[in-house]
Design a protein around this ligand. Structure first.
Ligand code: IVH
Length: 834
């Protein structure tokens, strides 16, 4: 990532707020400003050295940019303190020992950054002012390639030098390495080359090649590379060119330096010329007149960041005309005629504060990292799964490490690995707990060789119960939107966070409770709270304050309203009246360390202070919350969901929507599934050995059968409607329909086949059982005849639908046992008949 990339990745704009940010406080106080400038300069210089000289970044680009921005601001406010050699005034990079220094023919500058469209506009306004009124400006917009800058020298059309940027004046001679890069021509494609041509560009690792490289390394048992940018830098700066040659590096050129004997008037003309000479120009550039179009270009590529062949960290905007470029000139560090718009970062570093474990709905114990909250790819991230203890080991992260965190677009955040250079010896290795953190039951692998550990307390482990209820309500099961994680916790494990609250109490924090009646205002515990802070007066929420664990007002442990889930559909609003959870208190969005007891399904009664009487009076009694009413409605509707959704809701291992649909189609009712023996289940289309066994074992457990019975008794539909579920006459059969039928549309015929349990296929093969031939059937009929398949007309098709095949047409497909996939997933994709 250009000159200020550190660990790799991209940058954070997060403009600082001088009012609240302690690091910029005192900017107006010269002494502290001086100290802060010295501190920032030292941090930035260290980061630059780690990145450029050691190829071992210790700071994420985003953090780097933020430090640099702060330094710039401080220097602007205190010009007397700004040094000429400040990192804000220079081009970064150095020449590492082992590479010959080479002086660039023309200086290689860096680019100034913009972190918002407003900053882009401000740059355009400045440039416009520099050019004088009426100047007609065209912007050349292109992608900012996340690679490293290179200077290529062609003398009389022959490549004679490849040099890194270094400090902009002197770079490293990497000619032998550059010669190994496939798309860099040794010779320009022209009979009339310029005497000397200096071409600037970016060396990068194409993402596809990078993934392939890591795949090979994985297979060879070698550690994987963290990201394409650092790998490109490491690959180019190799002492041994054969190593560079083994890496699939590429170059896109994006500018020129010295160019003797060629007249060029604009950046776009340069690109046409370089391309004509056989140099690799990027296909992703546009010349645009209007800033609105420039914005659109920026936004488009922000949304399609991963759709190009290389990583990008922003957009570079250049004023196209060279005459205008010359008029605007450059600072010591960057041209005034160009700007780099930087996207929000997708990789940042943060501190790994702890590794804790979570217990899922099937008892799987999953370690996850708890980090100092950090903004990445537009959202704040604090937790990331680490999958299992082997993953923790493989990533090599220790508690206390600074870690690299990645979140690309909508992708789940992932801890990539530690920044080892920042260890100070205080870090410690993670150890799997020996007991379930939710219920205290000893945990371990269920079978030898299992990577995952499980809590065997399936029926009562509160974490598993919560997980199952949440899952039953999820979109792929009963689809009860008003029953999410929070409500599931309130129903099944309301005291989940009680221990945390009590620990806070012991640590000097307080717990607040809702007042129950106006009389509570007389108690000595009575306080009024506003934005997480106790206030005098009546303008706030009246609460009771608990400071000691032996306070008789401290609520007792609750009995969860839902345990196995059997009563889920019988819940009444009244059952939920007293349910409360423990919530951290917040002030301005930040936790204060205090806690609050919060009813979940009913509102608190509200109280108002009446001035005249100087008394608190109840204003509104506790009422059922909207969401609770919605929950009741949704539960009612959920009762008539189709069978496959009920099956998914049961949390039978490996039974996700696909497997559940197969079971529902094949058996039509819960009873039929329960009564099927293992062999029958295994034979079922779409159900292999693993799913079959899992289903069979599941029904062997008493409380599982009781759960199904209870749901059935509450009116949950346990069989698909007869109108919907035709007799499964085509079980295991593949039918192809070709040509036009009179009484069926193409889709109608397909549906008719599927609803009878058959497979509707579009192509004829040896595996096809029946081919239905209508009007104007073409080559499929011929092929069917060649293969000697059974051919039916429309009447025969109708008969087949109704009565099934005349003889025993059972398929000869083989069962297939897929891999034992993880809880949360639907194993059916792997565990299906082929
Ligand atoms: S033009 C006068 N165009 O980003 C400097 N630079 O952060 C002109 N970079 O040093 C640079 N993609 O190494 C330009 N399409 C692009 C680029 C690009 C990546 C790098 C370049 C530059 C750095 C500045």
């Amino acid at each position: 990532m250009g000159e200020n990339g550190r660990v790799s990745g991209h940058d954070t704009p997060a403009p600082r707020n001088p009012g609240t940010d302690s690091s910029t406080e005192g900017a107006s106080d010269p002494r502290s400003a001086q100290e802060r400038i010295a501190e920032l300069t030292a941090q930035i210089e260290q980061a630059i050295e780690d990145y450029y000289v050691h190829d071992a970044p210790t700071m994420a680009d985003a953090q780097y940019d933020e430090l640099e921005r702060e330094l710039k601001e401080l220097e602007a406010k205190n010009p007397q303190l700004a040094k000429a050699d400040s990192p804000t005034q220079t081009v970064h990079g150095d020449v590492a020992a082992g590479f010959a220094p080479v002086e660039h023919l023309e200086r290689m500058l860096s680019l100034d950054n913009a972190f918002s469209l407003e900053e882009v506009d401000a740059w355009a306004v400045r440039a416009g002012e520099g050019l004088g009124s009426g100047a007609d400006v065209q912007y050349l917009c292109e992608l900012k390639i996340d690679g490293l800058a290179i200077d290529l020298i062609y003398e009389d059309g022959v490549l004679t030098r490849g040099v890194t940027r270094g400090d902009g004046r002197v770079g490293e001679d990497v000619t032998a390495n550059v010669r190994t890069i496939d798309n860099v021509p040794d010779r320009l494609e022209t009979d009339d080359p310029p005497a000397v041509l200096e071409v600037r560009g970016e060396v990068f690792y194409p993402t596809a090649a990078f993934e392939e490289l890591n795949e090979q390394r994985r297979e060879a048992g070698l550690p994987e590379f963290a990201n394409p940018r650092n790998t490109a830098a490491g690959s180019l700066r190799q002492k041994d060119p054969s190593v560079t040659a083994s890496r699939d590096l590429a170059v896109y050129v994006h500018g020129i330096g010295v160019h003797e004997g060629v007249a060029l008037a604009s950046q776009s003309e340069v690109y046409e010329q370089l391309k004509a000479w056989g140099l690799p120009t990027s296909p992703h550039w546009r010349v645009l007149d209007a800033l609105a179009d420039v914005h659109e270009f920026i936004e488009y590529h922000g949304e399609h960041r991963h759709d190009v062949e290389h990583e990008i960290d922003g957009i570079v905007l250049k004023i196209d005309s060279f005459a205008q470029q010359r008029r605007l000139g450059s600072t010591s560090r960057a041209p005034r005629w160009a700007i780099a718009f930087k996207y929000p970062p997708e990789e940042v570093t943060t501190k790994l504060l702890d590794i804790q474990v979570n217990v899922g709905r099937t008892g799987r114990v999953t370690p996850f990292g708890v980090m100092e909250p950090v903004k990445v790819a537009g959202s704040t991230v604090q937790m990331a799964t680490l999958h299992n203890q082997f993953e923790v080991e493989r990533k090599g992260v220790l508690i206390g490490d600074t870690v690299v965190l990645r979140k690309a677009g909508d992708v789940i955040p992932e801890i990539l690995g530690p920044v080892e250079a920042l260890r100070d010896g205080s870090e410690r290795a993670f150890e799997m707990p020996k007991e379930c953190p939710a219920c205290g039951t000893p945990i371990g692998p269920m079978k030898e060789g299992d990577k995952d550990w499980r809590c065997p307390n399936t029926k009562s482990c509160p974490s598993q119960v919560t997980g199952r209820i949440e899952h039953a309500a999820s979109r792929g099961a009963f689809d009860i939107e008003s029953l999410g994680e929070e409500s599931a916790i309130a129903l099944t494990d309301p005291d989940k966070r009680r221990a945390e609250a009590l620990a806070a109490l012991r640590g000097g924090h307080v717990i607040y409770l809702p007042i129950r009646s106006a009389e509570d205002a007389e108690l000595e515990n009575f306080v009024v709270l506003k934005n997480g802070q106790e206030v005098q007066g009546a303008d706030g929420v009246p609460l009771l304050r608990i400071t000691r664990e032996d306070d008789p007002l401290l609520p007792a442990l609750q009995t969860p309203v839902v345990t196995t889930g059997a009563n889920l559909f019988d819940l009444t609003a009244e059952d939920l009246r007293e349910v409360f959870v423990w919530q951290p208190e917040r002030r301005d969005g930040e936790v204060t360390g205090d806690w609050r007891v919060q009813p979940t399904f009913w509102s608190r009664p509200t109280f108002r202070h009446y001035k005249r009487e100087n008394a608190w009076k109840q204003q509104k009694p506790s009422t059922v919350l909207k969401n609770t009413e919605l929950l009741a409605d949704e539960l009612e509707k959920a009762r008539s969901q189709p069978l496959w959704r009920v099956l998914v809701a049961l949390s039978i291992r490996h039974v996700g929507p696909t497997a559940a649909r197969s079971l529902a189609t094949a058996y039509g009712s819960m009873d039929a599934i329960r009564e099927a023996d293992l062999a029958q289940l295994t034979e079922t289309d779409g159900v292999g050995g693993i799913i079959a066994e899992s289903v069979h074992e599941w029904f062997d457990v008493d409380w599982h059968r009781e759960l199904v019975e209870a749901w059935a008794a509450s009116g949950v539909r346990m069989a698909d409607d007869v109108e919907e579920g035709f007799v499964k006459t085509l079980e295991g059969l593949t039918v192809v329909v070709t040509g036009g039928l009179e009484d069926f549309t193409r889709d109608g015929a397909k549906e008719a086949i599927i609803s009878r349990g058959g497979k509707a296929s579009g192509s004829v093969s040896k595996k096809t059982d029946f081919v239905v031939v209508g009007e104007n059937a073409g080559s499929k009929e011929d092929k069917a005849r060649d293969l000697g398949l059974t051919i039916l007309d429309e009447a025969g098709f109708k008969d087949l639908l109704e009565n099934g095949p005349a003889d025993d047409g059972s398929s000869d497909e083989e069962g297939f046992d897929g891999a034992d996939t993880e809880d949360s997933s639907d194993a059916s994709a792997a565990d299906q008949k082929k």
